[in-house]
Write a protein that binds this ligand. Structure first.
Ligand SMILES: NC(=O)c1ccc[n+]([C@@H]2O[C@H](COP(=O)([O-])OP(=O)(O)OC[C@H]3O[C@@H](n4cnc5c(N)ncnc54)[C@H](OP(=O)(O)O)[C@@H]3O)[C@@H](O)[C@H]2O)c1
Length: 302
């Protein structure tokens, strides 16, 4: 007897990013995955995923892509780009939402970002255009769920893994202000598991999602030093000087850290409550940190 056809997931932003890689792992086998994004990625080969190469800001034939889709999941966003590029990406995502509404797609999932300081929400293209996409999804009339995770981690991330490598290389980290603000890091694989449960559920609305522990930032960085058998050492920087340093780095072409990320971090808005909808405990950050530190100490390249 043949098994019933698998439902289709339209993965908008693809399986190459931090969340996308975990999503492909979590959904493949259960879903037929159609993935729309720009660059070839190794984890989409081997029949796991059907890739539609496209820039989402360009004219994409959403009408045919959404046809027969059970779930749409939107991940794509830039961390840093010109205002024009954000606008064009927003327009592409709004065209997708429109096509989804016309096709009456059963479930719409969206990954957004948690609340930021008001001045960033008002002036930063990264946030202003993201909020317009959030609103279009909220108002589209479909069954939707938006998850707004706190900082995410996983192998190849741009946060905990990068901090570990900086400590390994230089023996110290900059400390933005007094480090007393909070973060509750969430594993990308836990977010992917949450998205799969949300794909099969019917809950509607927006949920802010943190990991299992709300750390004082300085306690988290101390933990990173400890995992590498180092005593914590910091360059103390006032918050404004931290933003200046980040601006200087990005002016020099580095993507290590952006000024808005520092501002957001020290605003103490990132210590989100733990996501409560999983069918298993959330992954503990220290388990991941110890594993990544061991990988770095053994000389394993990223
Ligand atoms: N990482 C975090 O800590 C964090 C925290 C909270 C929320 N989020 C949100 O979670 C989502 C995923 O984050 P992530 O860290 O996984 O991002 P990521 O690693 O940068 O991946 C983003 C993906 O979007 C695709 N993409 C970007 N622009 C595109 C375009 N114009 N056309 C087609 N595809 C495009 C990229 O694929 P191609 O390059 O192949 O096109 C890439 O695979 C984002 O919406 C982000 O705002 C992330």
């Amino acid at each position: 007897m043949s098994s019933p056809p698998r439902p289709t997931l339209l993965l908008v932003g693809g399986g190459g990013g931090l969340v996308g890689r975990a999503v492909v792992e979590e959904f493949s086998g259960r879903y037929r995955i159609l993935s729309v994004h720009r660059h070839h990625v190794p984890n989409e080969v081997g029949g796991k995923v059907e890739w539609f190469p496209a820039d989402l800001g360009a004219r994409v034939d959403w009408t045919s892509l959404v046809q027969g889709t059970r779930v749409i999941l939107t991940l794509a966003w830039y961390r840093w780009e010109s205002e024009d590029r954000f606008r064009v990406l927003r327009d592409g995502l709004l065209r997708l939402v429109d096509a989804a509404r016309q096709a009456d797609v059963p479930r719409m999932l969206h990954v957004s970002v948690p609340p930021a300081p008001v001045e960033l929400e008002e002036r930063l293209p990264y946030l202003r255009y993201k909020r317009e996409v959030d609103q279009a999804i909220r108002d589209c009339g479909l069954s939707y769920r938006t998850l707004r995770p706190s900082m995410l981690y996983g192998h190849g991330d741009r946060l905990l893994g990068v901090l570990l490598r900086l400590i390994h290389r230089y023996g110290r980290l900059p400390m933005f202000g007094d480090g007393s603000y909070h973060v509750s890091p969430l594993a990308a694989r836990d977010l992917a598991a949450a998205l799969r449960l949300e794909a099969e559920g019917s809950g509607v609305g927006t949920v802010d999602a943190g990991g299992p522990v709300r750390y004082r930032y300085r306690d988290l960085t101390d933990l990173l030093f400890g995992a590498l058998d180092r005593r914590p050492k910091y360059f103390p920087l006032r918050p404004k000087d931290s933003e200046r340093l980040a601006s200087l780095l990005s002016t020099l072409g580095s993507s290590l850290l952006y000024a808005y990320e520092v501002r957001w971090l020290v605003s103490d808005l990132l210590g989100l409550p733990p996501y409560e909808g999983l069918d298993r405990p959330l992954t503990q950050v220290d388990t991941y940190v110890r594993r990544e530190a061991a990988r770095i100490l053994s000389g394993d390249a990223l």
